[in-house]
Write a protein that binds this ligand. Sequence first.
Ligand SMILES: Nc1ncnc2c1ncn2[C@@H]1O[C@H](COP(=O)(O)OP(=O)(O)OP(=O)(O)O)[C@@H](O)[C@H]1O
Ligand SMILES: [Mg+2]
Length: 161
Amino acid sequence: MQHYKTELKDEAATHALGRCLARQLVPGLVIYLHGDLGAGKTALTRAILHAAGVTSHIKSPTYTLAEPYSIILDGRETVVMHFDLYRMASPDEFLEAGFRDAFTVSTICIVEWPEKGEGILPTPDLELFLTVEGAGRQVELRALSDKGSACLKHLHFAPNL
Ligand SMILES: Nc1ncnc2c1ncn2[C@@H]1O[C@H](COP(=O)(O)OP(=O)(O)OP(=O)(O)O)[C@@H](O)[C@H]1O
Ligand SMILES: [Mg+2]
């Protein structure tokens, strides 16, 4: 499957990547965002959601574990779930809240700290690894399904051009 690594020299580049990813959203797409505290997972998620048309404030779901958003995708209302599992105490917390049911063929899921949900989360379509590099960030994008590969193939993200 496809694999792609690039530099995000400043926050504007993160926003640009978010805009590119927003254009590749399809129903049921699952994206995992890996990276240390402050690596830019929420910043990227905000950029994706804003570019997808969300006008409300996008808070970090640190304590709620998940926040739902509604976007219009190809004329259809589509739910995007933004997860942050950093503070998840146990898998039961996730399962009892019914969050496993969010992973459907139609709902788009973006997950920060997916490693905290190992064993209860499905395999993603796309996995992004954000790392701090100097004053900027580096991002590695990996596709783990045909859907994810299609997303990367059409991403057309070239921040340095
Ligand atoms: N490409 C970039 N270069 C430099 N700074 C960036 C870049 N992208 C985002 N940032 C900044 O990095 C910080 C990232 O914070 P953010 O809350 O997105 O991190 P996070 O990965 O979600 O952390 P947490 O694990 O705590 O949820 C923000 O202050 C943002 O402005
Ligand atoms: Mg965050």
